[in-house]
Design a protein around this ligand. Sequence first.
Ligand SMILES: O=C(O)CCC(=O)C(=O)O
Ligand SMILES: [Fe+2]
Length: 319
Amino acid sequence: MNKVPITNIKQYTEGSLKEKNEFIKIFGKAIQEFGFVIIEGHEVPNKLIQDCYDQIIQLFDLPKNIKSNYIEEGGLGQRGYVSFGLEHAKNNDKGDLKEFWHIGREFYENKDLELKSAKNIWPVKELPNFKDKLTTLYSSLDKISLVLLSAISEYLGIPKNTLSNMAKDGNTVLRALHYPPVTGDQFNSGAIRAAAHEDINLITILCEATEGGLEILTRQGKWLEIQSQKGQMIVDSGDMLSRITNEIIPSTTHRVVNPINAKNVSRYSLPFFVHAYENCELNVLDKCVSPSRSAKFPPILANEFLLQRLREIGLGKKI
Ligand SMILES: O=C(O)CCC(=O)C(=O)O
Ligand SMILES: [Fe+2]
């Protein structure tokens, strides 16, 4: 396979039983064997995605000292602004050539959890519409993520709501990313926009980025450029899904390469990292254990796993 499989989510949400089952099979097999799947038919208006990009372009255009006001002091880079070069891939000491902004959940079904959870940071003074646009996108992607997790559960042959229940009120984050044009020194340093890594979470949904550069490592060990069209979203599997499925659905290695000189412009992207709720126990699913495949991982709380992984990528120390 040298092309990312394409599926239409409407088949699952609005289709006949036959179409539903077809989606489950194609989507599940694609995420398992390929690691990346393109989704069409998702109904998030293009205009909303465009409006969000307009907001984040203005956000990253703000002077450095203003952006720095929005660093979550004493936090772990999970809300607000995270400076250029701070995050790096696991086992890689070169910082990625990117700056970003994290948005967490605004609305929880469990109001006690809402009170306890980290609060979002908003650039209200400079960008009064940022909060509204980005939380609207967050809510839309949150709904899509629960649908996709139901389809994965059905693919695995476990109760339909098993995975979506883990992500309800989940510690999910929307990341607004900016990769500035790459300077000559950076080109020579060997650093890239995002070095090869796996995402920490269950699944990631990516709205189309403003420029190319995203590549996945296929299960056959070859780098493949991802080309998605307007209106498509990309879904990939992360480490938490890999862990609970006992690596039946492994996480997918991917990276963002540097631009070629002729296209050395800023790149913006909007990954949505779908996490389990903080106190969710990540247990290997019974269905994914067999005499020939014993459980490879002990249980761990989602939040503990997150903290462990954040330490490995340079966000574990309070900033
Ligand atoms: O910018 C992209 O297209 C992907 C970003 C990514 O993989 C990440 O932030 O984990
Ligand atoms: Fe990633």
